[in-house]
Design a protein around this ligand. Structure first.
Ligand code: GLU
Length: 515
């Protein structure tokens, strides 16, 4: 729609944990709104009270906050079009359904559950593949199209339960232009007479969704592909009401890693990854709780960057994959959303996290380490902690790995990696280490580089290639056979600590010297 303010909405139903596909929908709406200086709205679609789950709304709020998806209007902060919870808008919908009834575009239906079931059985027996309440069957049912008017009136007045159904035209083409898929054309005969108002006085999703998008002046409906089959019905409703349709963009599905079908929570459980941004505890079934990306140590910026690329790319042959939120806003466009499903790849999420960790300022990385240092009652200066972060950040995927990987900086090893000891702890290594610690003692100008030179001189002096004893030296100082640059470790530990560690290793391992 030209010249209209961009207003988009994320419209989740509070029926459980918010799947990462939902987070992606919210994200694309948000990026589109910001890019076009429009408004991002959140509407809670809670008209189906049978599927309502306690805590789901709060979970949605927290998830979006964690991802940095800011809302301009929402049930929590209000806005000009409040209320933003459909259950609180309940009194509005009847008027619209009634309008359609009055214009002959919808009708009352009084059929009981048993009568509906009997109709389906009848049609099945007649080999109808998908039995529906539609343009043909409606005439055999109990509704205001088939019953005499005074009987309809009587039934309504006596408080008999009824629903309001849309009267879908017999033979019409319904067409709309989807911004992702292009023109979509559907024959009206394939659409059934969907219920608009339920017998409990609540609207169905279809009616509430269309009425609210209209009342809230939504310009673009950006949502998951699973809603594409509903879109023709929505378009028909807009036509019936005489309203302009918003633009539609249906996002591609998020697929299982092997590309075979939609990614479900069960796939995640089976393959060992979560489909939820945050930990989700189902109040009615706490055993079925799931962990989330936040709890697993992912940075929200990395998670968001990953999600942005799950179905969208910046195009123009761009190789760039790391985008800040501001850059995503700048680059985002609906034209660059793919039509085909996007395969989920947990390795890619990890890769993003690694990249983001690497780019964090050391002071921020230090926070991860400080928590563990405190737990182990180790005191270190901020400066020295940051030095360790600088040395280690290329080697970790998660913040909490910092401690696991860098413990040897802060604690003198008491155990030594067995594999290395078995292979490398021999007389040559012991001789080198013994002379090395003596020379270190004498070294006036201690630094990592000077210490390394000293080690080199010692090996030369003993006629040994340095490479042959390097791992033994490393294991004596750190306890493990691999890690970050040993020169840097030595420099950080300082002369006295290095000598003390070599002494401890020589003493502890004295019976392990390989002949
Ligand atoms: N309430 C629907 C959902 O849960 C919203 C679909 C739409 O955006 O129209 O996804």
């Amino acid at each position: 729609m030209e010249n209209q303010e961009v207003r988009v909405r994320f419209a989740p139903s509070p029926t459980g944990g918010l799947h990462l596909g939902g987070v992606r929908t919210a994200l694309y709406n948000y990026l589109f709104a910001r890019k076009n200086k429009g408004k991002m709205i959140l509407r809670i679609e809670d008209t189906d009270r049978t599927r309502f789950v306690e805590g789901a709304e709060a979970y949605i709020k927290e998830s979006l906050e964690w991802c940095g998806i800011e809302l301009d209007e929402s049930p929590w902060d209000g806005g000009d079009f409040a209320p933003y919870r459909q259950s609180e808008r309940k009194p509005m919908y009847m008027e619209y359904a009634q309008r359609l009834v009055d214009q002959g575009k919808a009708y009352y239906a009084f059929d009981t559950a048993e009568e509906l079931e009997a109709m389906r059985e009848r049609l099945k027996a007649a080999r109808v593949v998908a039995p529906q309440y539609n343009v043909i069957t409606r005439m055999t049912m109990k509704n205001s199209l088939t019953l005499p008017q005074d009987e309809v009136k009587k039934r309504l007045e006596s408080g008999e339960p009824y629903v309001i159904r849309i009267k879908v035209p017999r033979k019409e083409q319904i067409r709309f232009n989807d911004l992702v898929r292009g023109w979509v054309t559907v024959q009206s005969a394939s659409i059934d007479d969907k219920v608009l108002m339920k017998s409990d006085g609540m609207p169905t999703y279809h009616l509430a969704n269309v009425v609210d998008d209209y009342l809230m002046k939504i310009s673009h409906v950006i949502r998951g592909e699973e809603w594409l089959p509903s879109a023709p019905l929505h378009v028909l409703l807009y036509q019936y009401f005489g309203w302009n349709t918003p633009d539609f963009a249906h996002l591609p599905l998020i697929l299982k890693p092997n590309g075979n079908g939609k990614l479900s929570k069960r796939d995640g459980d089976k393959l060992g990854f979560s489909v939820f941004p945050l930990q989700w505890v189902d109040p009615s079934n706490p055993d079925k709780s799931s962990t989330g990306y936040r709890e697993q140590g992912y940075l929200s910026e990395a998670f968001v960057n990953f999600l942005a690329f799950l179905g969208w790319n910046p195009g123009k042959g761009s190789q760039k994959e790391i985008f800040t939120k501001a850059e995503l806003i700048e680059e985002f466009s609906i034209e660059r959303i793919g039509k085909s499903g996007a395969k989920f790849d947990i390795e890619k999420v990890k890769w993003y996290n690694q990249q983001y960790l690497r780019n964090l300022p050391n002071a921020e990385l230090a926070e991860f380490l400080k928590a563990d240092l405190q737990k182990h009652q180790i005191e270190e200066s901020q400066d020295r902690i940051e030095q360790v972060c600088e040395l280690m950040k290329e080697r970790i995927t998660f913040g909490n790995e910092l401690w696991q990987e860098s413990q040897y900086f802060f604690m003198t090893p008491t155990q030594y990696e067995e594999k290395v000891i078995k292979k490398k702890w021999n007389q040559q290594a012991v001789n080198v280490l013994t002379e090395f610690r003596l020379e270190l003692e004498k070294l006036a100008d201690f630094s990592g580089t000077n210490a390394k030179q000293t080690l080199y001189d010692v090996t030369q002096n003993q006629g040994i290639k340095m490479g042959k004893v390097m791992q033994a030296v490393r294991v004596a100082i750190t306890g493990v056979g691999s890690g970050t640059d040993l020169t840097a470790i030595i420099e950080w530990l300082g002369k006295d600590e290095v000598i003390a560690r070599i002494d401890t290793a020589l003493e502890t391992l004295k019976d392990r010297v390989k002949a």
